[in-house]
Design a protein around this ligand. Structure first.
Ligand code: ATP
Ligand code: ZN
Ligand code: MG
Length: 296
């Protein structure tokens, strides 16, 4: 599929697995899926916020990402030396030697999931309103998981709705989106199934956390068959965090309890690839019904 996508010009190789340029057709579809998500959620009055693809290192530390997913995180390093250090760096680059120790860790890291910068934003506002907070967020995300599968990128766009508040509305929110999310994929005429899943927690303790997450049904994935001969690909996820982020960030509800949260996430490039895979590389030839859903 990667070869086909490249041959058709939808993806441009860069020489690094999981990092591709995207052509105008691909971007048109990404934009249409993003807009469809906006229409699906339009009546809920979510607050729209956008953060850059990097976030303060301190937020990644406090948000637990380095503890649970050290193998996926990306940090930003920069040159801080003088002219002599620069000459040494260039000498090593020209000689093809390792020059990584000429770079120093900065105070920013790559954003790993669109909702990560939202918790500190909410925490800084003080106690939540009585009906909680509902946030619409989109971010370029980074995960260090290079792959030959075009559906597993190192940087990709994740669109999310995130709800934070008292326990029951959080449960209801996720339940409602399980229904709406599957209806959305049906309207795109894509084959799918939904199943309990887990995140790729690191290490042996992580395996225990992953098993727990799955048996407690804290994560569901909407999976679509995309790569031939491979398991289906998660194109949406529905995540119940209980009070995990409320506790890490000290987010309180109006009556002072630790806030619960849940998010529903769409992988925009994965959904675009799913559409090209199932309806063909020529958008003009897609079923009229699918085109009408995407471009009403
Ligand atoms: P997977 O199990 O395939 O690794 P995930 O459980 O890590 O997916 P989430 O952390 O729930 O995925 O991220 C939300 C959504 O972002 C996913 O449903 C998927 O559509 C998208 N996504 C996650 N990782 C990638 C990636 N490496 N490349 C492209 N899209 C991704
Ligand atoms: Zn999220
Ligand atoms: Mg993953």
């Amino acid at each position: 599929l990667l070869d086909e996508l490249q041959a058709s010009g939808l993806l441009f190789p860069t020489g690094v697995d999981g990092v591709y340029g995207l052509d105008a057709r691909f971007e048109t579809v990404v934009q249409a899926v993003d807009d469809l998500v906006t229409r699906e959620g339009a009546d809920d009055g979510a607050e729209r916020v956008r953060f850059p693809p990097v976030m303060p290192m301190g937020q990644l530390e406090r948000g637990g990402y380095l503890k649970n997913f050290p193998h996926l995180a990306g940090t930003v390093h920069c040159f801080e030396g003088d002219e002599r250090d620069h000459r040494e760096m260039m000498r090593r680059i020209e000689a093809g030697e390792d020059w990584s120790d000429t770079q120093a860790a900065s105070d920013i890291a790559m954003t790993p999931a669109a909702c990560y910068p939202v918790y500190p934003m909410l925490a800084a506002r003080g106690p939540l309103p009585a009906d909680g907070a509902l946030i619409d967020v989109l971010s370029w995300c980074f995960r260090h998981e290079p792959s030959k599968q075009p559906t597993r990128l190192q940087t990709f766009r994740m669109r999310e709705y995130l709800k934070v508040g008292t326990p029951q509305p959080i449960v209801d929110f996720r339940h409602a989106w399980l229904g709406r999310g599957t209806a959305m994929i049906e309207s795109l005429e894509l084959p799918y199934h939904v199943e309990a899943a887990n995140d790729a927690f690191f290490g042996r303790v992580g395996q225990f956390m992953a098993d727990n997450q799955k048996t407690q049904e804290l994560k569901f994935e909407l999976q679509i068959p995309i790569n031939d001969g491979e398991p289906p690909t998660a194109c949406m996820s529905f995540n119940h965090h209980l009070e995990h982020f409320g506790e890490l960030w000290e987010i309180r509800t109006a009556d002072g309890a630790l806030a619960h949260s849940a998010c529903v996430a769409w992988g925009l490039e994965r959904l675009a690839i799913a559409l090209f895979r199932h309806h063909g590389f020529d958008i003009e030839q897609w079923p009229a019904s699918v085109r009408a859903t995407l471009w009403p």
